[in-house]
Design a protein. Structure first.
Length: 304
């Protein structure tokens, strides 16, 4: 049997998502035995800089008892002309069973999984996917509302270049969440509209009707490419700030995958607002990643 990998949310079924979230909730309630992954070698392979995701995965791996190996990819043979297949064979040969990989190129984790005789977990690839971020966002929503079906979530900002948005859209649709995407046409093409996903250009009109709003980081490098006419235009129309907070329901929550740009997609008022769940998201990430590791390595019986 080919080992299971997690490259994007659609690699797991709706019931498997629920299983992983239930498992994560149980880990949050009580620390699991450290023998869940005892003797399992896990390699963290991050080709992009990361703080939250890399640290979260390392903590998760340690808490389930894995043997954790991390190294800078620049020191690996991939930088010396070795192919992905060659590297995969070598890593499996020395006993690596799980690779957690982040890469700037979309599709790299999938190609690695096709040649590696073990489990691959995508920790973010290019503009393609970030499945464990979507899972921790879903856990945060369930902790808050106790359900998924019928929730209304707005995702705001640079949807076009966001792997977080893409994975969240897939996961939320699977679980019956109504998704509204908000942003300018250059960062949110009409092609993103689909069943269960609508597009709105007016953030103020959306805020009063959603259970949660997810603000995405605006990457400053996009501005010089002409995708934004001016930063002031973006902040005027799409920044979440003190004024717009008045239009958000008192029982709604604010999400942000991080890192955030103070004064661009949000202001300090948002970070200080009691509806902000950024810290909860970061904390839930450890438990979700523990559950993903357990699910892939040890398997699970999930009802059909």
């Amino acid at each position: 049997m080919v080992p299971r990998s997690l490259i994007d949310i659609d690699d797991v079924s709706r019931d498997e998502i629920i299983h992983v979230l239930n498992r994560a909730a149980s880990f949050k309630e009580a620390a699991p035995s450290r023998d869940l992954l005892a003797g399992v070698a896990v390699l963290n392979l991050f080709f992009e800089a990361s703080t939250r995701t890399a640290t979260s995965f390392t903590l998760a791996e340690q808490r389930v008892g894995a043997d954790v190996i991390s190294f800078a990819p620049g020191t690996s043979s991939l930088g010396k002309g070795e192919t992905i297949a060659d590297t995969a064979i070598t890593l499996r040969g020395i006993g690596i069973r799980v690779i957690v990989v982040r890469h700037p190129e979309s599709g790299f984790p999938r190609r690695l999984a096709e040649t590696f005789d073990g489990h691959v977990i995508n920790a973010g690839d290019g503009q393609h996917a970030h499945p464990t971020q979507a899972l921790l966002d879903l856990m945060t929503l369930r902790n808050e509302f106790g359900r998924f079906e019928g929730l209304r979530v707005a995702i705001v900002g640079d949807i076009l270049h966001s792997r977080v948005a893409r994975s969240n859209i897939v996961g939320m649709k699977q679980l019956g969440i109504d998704v509204t995407l908000v942003g300018p046409p250059t960062l949110l093409p009409e092609s993103f509209a689909s069943e269960g996903v609508r597009i709105d250009r007016d953030l103020d009109a959306v805020l009063g009707s959603v259970d949660a709003v997810m603000m995405l980081r605006i990457q400053r490098e996009r501005i010089s490419t002409g995708l934004l006419p001016a930063l002031d235009d973006y902040t005027r129309n799409y920044q979440l700030n003190r004024t717009r907070l008045r239009g958000l329901r008192t029982d709604a929550v604010i999400l942000h995958p991080g890192p955030y740009n103070r004064g661009i997609e949000l202001t300090d008022d948002v970070l200080d607002d009691p509806r902000s769940r950024y810290v909860a998201q970061v904390g839930n990430g450890v438990f979700v990643r523990m559950a993903v590791l357990d699910f892939l390595v040890n398997g699970a019986t999930v009802a059909a």
